[in-house]
Design a protein around this ligand. Structure first.
Ligand code: UD1
Length: 339
């Protein structure tokens, strides 16, 4: 396992994974259409790694283009990060989400099959557990009632992968269910760069701290949690990146389809997060409590025992480092990758 194709490798989790792959001696090849990422990431990755980054500017729905990449390179495995990820946008534009996320994945799998490359890691999400109240979430829990098209694309792709493995036992498939990603590379040069006003809590808080937004809206303080606000399992993006390296190494074992949660197992409330960011930034972060956001659940955190036992993976970073690293990125790049 040496040459790894990384669709979506210029994105938030993808770029951190590419850097870690290089560090561990792999040869990553990025495929990205930069529709939701910046070309600048390539130059920054080259500066951070000291290596030339191989990349193709292309949409993975371009089957002929993908075939060309497989012809030009001897690819051993694929880590697919390519996909749209904004929940609200998926509700407004469901067809765009289904078309992009599902057709992208299917096209990729078809071409992999043609070239007999049958090792794939897929970016799934804790969202597949749906509106369940039973925490922590374990991989054996049923996939739940998902409230939006984005989440449904994750559920459907997991089903597609399981059907594929059933039809042909030479596939080696790992779906990683990420909990809530946070943090950035310690250089502060790559990080999360949401389009427009962020949907997720952490970039929202850091944009308030940096003065771009006025206050955080806390979506509900009447949940059955320690302080009434929603509790989530925040995980450092560098820990997530490492999870992918461990998954690639697992491909050297027997062929199978495997699913792993990647979380810390610790839950933090919205108010905990505001407090942590206040301490890290040294700024008062204004907030206003608003009604609950539809589709949200009270608590979501992982049981990651399976990843620990089978992949030898465990989250290393704590909440303080996550907040510090997110803040360094935000402070150095108030407008993300824009000048
Ligand atoms: C959301 C998505 C999930 C996706 C994940 C990716 C929903 C319902 N779920 O998870 O499908 O995989 O992002 O990272 O959108 N909050 C506020 N104010 C804000 C933003 C969030 O109070 O401005 C609260 C939320 O109510 C929640 C917590 O902060 O309790 C985390 O929210 P968020 O960062 O949006 O992540 P999730 O909703 O957990």
């Amino acid at each position: 396992m040496k040459t790894i194709l990384v669709p979506g490798g210029a994105g938030y989790i993808g770029s951190h994974t590419v850097l870690d792959l290089i560090k561990k001696g792999f040869n990553p090849i990025i495929v990205d259409d930069f529709s939701n990422s910046s070309k600048k990431v390539i130059t920054i990755l080259e500066e951070l790694s000291g290596e030339k980054i191989n990349f193709y500017e292309m949409d993975i729905k371009n089957k002929e283009g993908l075939r060309k990449i497989f012809r030009e390179n001897k690819i051993d495995a694929v880590i697919n990060f390519a996909g749209f990820k904004a929940v609200g946008e998926s509700v407004e534009k469901p067809l765009m989400y289904y078309e992009n996320n599902l057709f992208g994945m299917i096209t990729l799998l078809e071409v992999m099959k043609e070239f007999n490359v049958k090792n794939i890691v897929f970016s799934s999400s804790a969202t597949v557990y749906g509106v369940s109240e039973k925490v922590p979430f374990v991989e054996t829990d049923p996939m739940g009632e998902v409230t939006n098209p984005y989440g449904r694309t994750k559920v459907i792709i997991e089903h597609i992968l399981m059907d594929l493995a059933k039809s042909d036992n030479t596939w080696n498939i790992i779906a990683l269910r990420y909990f809530n990603p946070l943090g950035a590379h310690e250089s502060g040069r790559i990080g999360e760069d949401p389009n427009g006003i962020p949907n997720n809590l952490s970039p929202y808080i850091t944009q308030v701290a940096v003065g771009k937004l006025d206050y955080v809206r806390v979506f509900g303080d009447d949940y059955e949690t320690k302080d009434g606000t929603g509790v989530r399992d925040y995980i450092h993006v560098l820990d997530l990146a490492l999870g992918h390296i461990k998954a690639i190494k697992k491909f050297e074992d027997s062929k199978a389809v495997r699913i792993y949660n990647l979380g810390t197992g610790e839950g933090y409330s919205v108010l905990d997060m505001i407090k942590n960011f206040e301490e890290v930034t040294g700024k008062k972060i204004k907030y206003v409590v608003t009604p609950r956001r539809s589709g949200d659940i009270a608590e979501c955190y992982a049981d990651s025992t399976k990843a620990k036992e089978e992949l030898g993976w465990e989250a290393k970073y704590g909440i303080r480092e996550m907040c510090e690293d997110s803040w360094r990125w935000q402070l150095n790049n108030p407008n993300g990758y824009e000048d």
